[in-house]
Design a protein around this ligand. Structure first.
Ligand code: NAD
Length: 454
């Protein structure tokens, strides 16, 4: 492990990765690798948790390909030295900013979108001119293995290397001298990563989790809200960091919304056999979710089968704020619905939780929309939509507070693996004596005038 990191560091100082054409070559190689091996990549993720070819393409491979295209399209502009103004005190200098790669970066992935969450940060890091070690999540073992096999065969390990492993290997990696750590996962492990990085003052991006609410106001388009929310919630069987975790709906609209929601669940035909549904990742998560099922509150769903790690899309109603589903991020196909009478109840209760990674508001009232967007703090979100904000590379993606530190995707991804080096570049033909000692009242008077001009 240490050898790979040392080799990457040595390669980085050769300056080879700073060449834009080198970066583009690596990105194109990755794009081709994913294209050429789509069948193997699909088989691995299907073996791990029955992810369908459709979801594997849309939420994993096409996502990464889109990031690669976006990076290649913009890399010339992103890497350009930026000229900025120079203040009078520095006349006659020039000022500019050089985007500089950080060096050797560690990307630690989560299991729920195993390709996307390991590869999209790596794409950003390579585009920014870094070398990268990827440590994918060990939980989907087939996807971790196929990524390691394909990437380690195709890439120079001094540029990009996958190191497989669980807690022990990740802990060992966290003891190394990386120039950046990019972590996706739980808030609990995020704290471990942050502490380890702090010891060495390594900059971090932490993409964490939390409870993301969906608010439905009394004037919302309920049919569309149900259509979009049900899709967003049960995609990947609810194992999505930005899935709507729970719904807050105006009491007067609850029944109508629930009828539309049931119709959407029935229409989607969620089942492994037809490729429309994903398994729960492992027994531990199945058991955790099983405890949240509550027959007395079930509006639809609740059917489950441990052998297949199956939990049907489940909607729970009449949920109180102290129900087990409201104690932690659900991260599975269980959707609690809580009703409210006054919108102020929503603000008060959402604020009782740590700042969410995402928040969705379904409304046609511009005042309510504006209040929700401006008064509540959350990583990012959508109006009359859920989850899809992640697909726009022009929207920096990340959390706030305990849901994360830093953002990525598109230019934000390039920025998070880049140091912007500020340079004052001064010629030698002029040097006014004003700042030098011996100091005098006259010089001070001139300086006062100069500062007023700035
Ligand atoms: P996790 O924190 O258990 O694991 C993430 C990574 O950390 C894995 O690679 C794992 O090997 C490693 N790890 C686990 N325990 C460790 C330890 N003690 N020391 C060092 N490394 C350790 O998270 P997960 O279960 O893979 O993912 C679920 C969580 O991730 C949810 O909370 C979800 O919301 C969040 N998530 C966030 C995003 C985002 O973009 N913000 C995306 C996906 C998932």
């Amino acid at each position: 492990m240490t050898n790979y990191i040392e080799a990457q560091k040595a390669f980085f100082i050769t300056q080879a990765t700073k060449d834009v054409s080198f970066r583009i070559k690596q990105l194109k190689k990755l794009a081709k690798l994913l294209d050429d091996n789509e069948a193997a990549l699909h088989k691995a993720i299907h073996d791990d948790f029955k992810k369908s070819a459709f979801e594997n393409y849309v939420t994993e491979l096409a996502f990464v390909q889109h990031d690669i295209k976006e990076a290649i399209r913009n890399i010339d502009q992103w890497t350009r030295v930026q000229d900025v103004q120079t203040n009078i005190a520095n006349f006659p200098a020039k000022s500019y900013i050089i985007p500089e790669p950080l060096g050797t970066c560690l990307v630690i992935g989560a299991w729920n979108y195993p390709y996307q969450l390991s590869l999209a940060p790596a794409v950003a890091a390579i585009a920014a001119g870094n070398t990268v070690i990827i440590k994918p999540s060990e939980m989907p073992s087939n996807t971790a293995r196929v990524m390691a096999t394909l990437i380690n065969k195709a890439f120079d390990p001094r540029v990009l290397k996958v190191i497989e492993g669980g807690v022990a290997e990740t802990t060992a990696l966290l003891n190394q001298d990386f120039d950046k750590i990019f972590f996706t996962g739980s808030t609990t492990v995020g704290k471990i990563v942050y502490k380890a990085a702090a010891e060495k003052l390594i900059p971090v991006t932490l993409e964490l989790g939390g409870k993301s609410p969906a608010i439905i106001t009394k004037d919302a388009n309920l049919k569309m809200a149900a259509k979009r929310l049900i899709w967003a919630k049960f995609l990947n069987a609810g194992q999505t960091c930005i899935a709507p975790d729970y719904i807050l709906i105006h009491k007067s609209k609850q029944e109508t919304f629930l009828k539309y929601a049931v119709a959407e669940i029935e229409k989607a035909k969620y089942a492994f056999e037809n490729g429309n549904y994903v398994q729960i990742i492992n027994d531990k998560n199945f058991d955790r979710l099983f405890k949240m099922l509550d027959a007395s509150k079930t509006y639809i769903g609740g059917q489950n089968n441990k052998k297949d790690r199956y939990i049907a899309p489940t909607v729970l109603t009449n949920i109180s704020w102290d129900h087990p589903t409201m104690k932690e991020e659900i991260f599975g196909p269980i959707l609690p619905v809580i009703s409210y009478y006054e919108i102020d109840e929503v603000f008060t209760n959402v604020r009782k939780f740590p700042k969410p990674l995402s928040l969705y508001v379904f409304t046609s009232n511009s005042k309510t929309k504006s209040r929700v967007l401006n008064e509540l703090s959350f990583g990012g979100g959508a109006v009359n939509e859920a989850v899809m904000h992640i697909s726009n590379p022009h929207l920096p993606f990340g959390g706030v507070g305990t849901s994360g530190i830093g953002t990525y995707h598109g230019k934000a991804g390039f920025d998070c693996f880049t140091h912007y080096k500020s340079i004052l570049d001064k010629p030698t033909w002029l040097e006014l004596p004003i700042k030098f000692s011996p100091y005098s009242k006259t010089k001070l008077a001139w300086l006062r005038r100069l500062f007023k001009l700035q």
